[in-house]
Write a protein that binds this ligand. Structure first.
Ligand code: ZN
Length: 129
């Protein structure tokens, strides 16, 4: 299995549709930012990542399985992903960005995701001039 990070995949489209429906303007894949956030709201200095549960180790998620074979390969690889994510998020925050990770499994229930996402964005609006 290789790591393939596709663009415009379904979870990302779900989030884009939600943001659009809420009237937010966003940009995609800002390559100049750490970790290339999937979606950026520049006016609010918000960076959003849409993360696959397995690869990015969604805590307490049933999809965050740990392979029982080839553990010499998988364990360091998955730990590396987690460490990279933490570093990227810390870097963005240090640069004044607010970061929201949206997990793949959350995008399967957009109606439940909408409220928390809106709260986060409204909150971010208050903290930014
Ligand atoms: Zn999950």
């Amino acid at each position: 299995m290789r790591r393939v990070r596709q663009r415009g995949t379904e979870p990302e489209l779900v989030v884009r549709r939600l943001l659009h429906a809420m009237g937010y303007r966003y940009r995609l894949n800002r390559h100049d930012l750490p970790g290339r956030p999937d979606i950026v709201l520049p006016a609010r200095r918000v960076a959003i990542f849409i993360h696959g549960c397995f690869w990015h180790r969604h805590p307490r998620c049933s999809r965050t399985t740990t392979p029982k074979t080839n553990t010499d390969y998988w364990l360091p690889k998955l730990a590396e992903n987690e460490a990279r994510d933490a570093k990227v998020i810390a870097g963005l925050k240090a640069a004044g960005w607010r970061v929201r990770v949206i997990w793949e499994c959350e995008t399967e229930h957009p109606e439940e995701l909408a409220g928390p996402l809106q709260s986060f964005l409204i909150c971010s609006n208050e903290t930014v001039d």
